[in-house]
Design a protein around this ligand. Structure first.
Ligand code: DOR
Ligand code: ZN
Length: 332
């Protein structure tokens, strides 16, 4: 069995920087015609110059590719300059969560004037959506304040990134047309039991952490539902092996090598293979206003033996065999 469709768009991708960037970028370009690149480099992408330099590094690695750029929101963000440099999204990292520089992270309400300008200039607000585990009180703060902003700024498009909870799925369904969410292949496929079952697997450690089957079920239903406000963002986030062992393990999953095969499995299981193209290639582009592409990708029902190492990183599903592959992906 084969499946040919518009080459996908990844609405949430980490490419890192320096020597490792080129391998990660080439891998992504084999499977995705375009991707929105996250700004949590070290130091983060804050200014128009940072953004231009980062895009140049990516296009040097893969000249014929279309990276879409984002910046990290901070109170002095120069929105007109960022827009002129080609920024598509501003990323909000809430205080104390994930691998971002937290110095500029407060609450969304602290960025009122920046959000107003983003609305005016047509820049999407991308929200790191994570409910902190340690505090019931602030558990849904990020979600609640994002929804509040979607009402205060009705022309500001908001993407809740890598949603992982049933409550978040429901919130997006009920929110206005300006609110959408990305779903990752790993949150759709795995649960906390896979991550911390009989033995802890550091290669399944990500933020937000994997949840139980009830939540995974809600995410899966959303992915295959055909609702255009749920679309794919891989959150592929490679970390070199030394950061995945020891007493301080970094969150992040290198899913890029297997992300499309995993999605094909999921959509096949749900008897919804025909909905896969919309989820990975159509809805994200439409929400971001990105042109379609005539490039195609072909998936084939042929076993993929996942190596234990790809691009110097342990990929998701290392050592496993998956029923779907991307045809001739290495030649693209
Ligand atoms: O698991 C994650 N890793 N979640 C994020 O939001 C950031 C990412 C990274 O940059 O490693
Ligand atoms: Zn991410």
């Amino acid at each position: 069995m084969e499946l040919t469709f518009q080459k996908p768009f990844d609405a949430h991708l980490h490419l890192r920087q320096g020597a490792v960037l080129s391998g990660y970028a080439r891998r992504a370009a084999a499977f995705f015609e375009s991707a929105l690149v996250m700004p949590n480099t070290k130091p983060p992408i804050l200014t128009a110059d940072d953004l231009k330099r980062y895009r140049a590094a990516i296009t040097t690695a893969v000249p014929n590719w279309r990276p879409l750029m984002s910046f990290q929101i901070h109170s002095h963000a120069d929105i007109p300059a960022l827009k002129a440099a080609g920024a598509v999204a501003g990323k909000y990292y809430p205080a104390g969560l994930t691998n971002a520089d937290s110095s500029s992270c407060q609450t969304l309400a602290d960025f009122d004037s920046v959000l107003a300008q983003m609305e005016e200039f047509g820049i999407v607000l991308s929200v790191h959506c994570e409910a902190p585990l340690y505090s019931e009180e602030v558990r849904h703060r990020v979600l609640d304040e994002s929804l509040e902003m979607s009402v205060r700024f009705p022309n500001l498009k908001i993407v809740l990134e890598h949603i992982s909870l049933e409550r978040e799925v429901e919130a997006v369904r009920l929110a206005g047309e300006n609110v959408a969410a990305t779903l990752t292949a790993h949150h759709l496929t795995f649960t906390a039991a896979d991550f911390i079952g009989s033995k802890l697997n550091p290669h399944l450690f990500c933020k937000p952490i994997l949840q139980n089957e009830k939540h995974r079920g809600a995410l899966r239903a959303a992915a295959v539902s055909g609702n255009p406000r749920f679309f794919f963002g891989s959150d592929s986030a490679p970390h070199l092996p030394e950061f995945k062992t020891g007493t301080a393990v970094s969150p992040g999953i290198y899913s890029m090598p297997v992300t499309l095969p995993l999605l094909a499995c999921l959509f096949e299981e749900a008897d919804s293979l025909t909905a896969l193209e919309s989820f990975v290639s159509v809805f994200g582009r439409r929400f971001y206003g990105i042109p379609e592409t005539s490039e195609k990708i072909t998936m084939i029902k042929k076993k993929l033996k996942v190596p234990f190492e790809t691009d110097g990183v342990v990929p998701l599903c290392a050592g496993a065999e998956l029923p779907w592959s991307v045809k001739e992906s290495e030649e693209k």
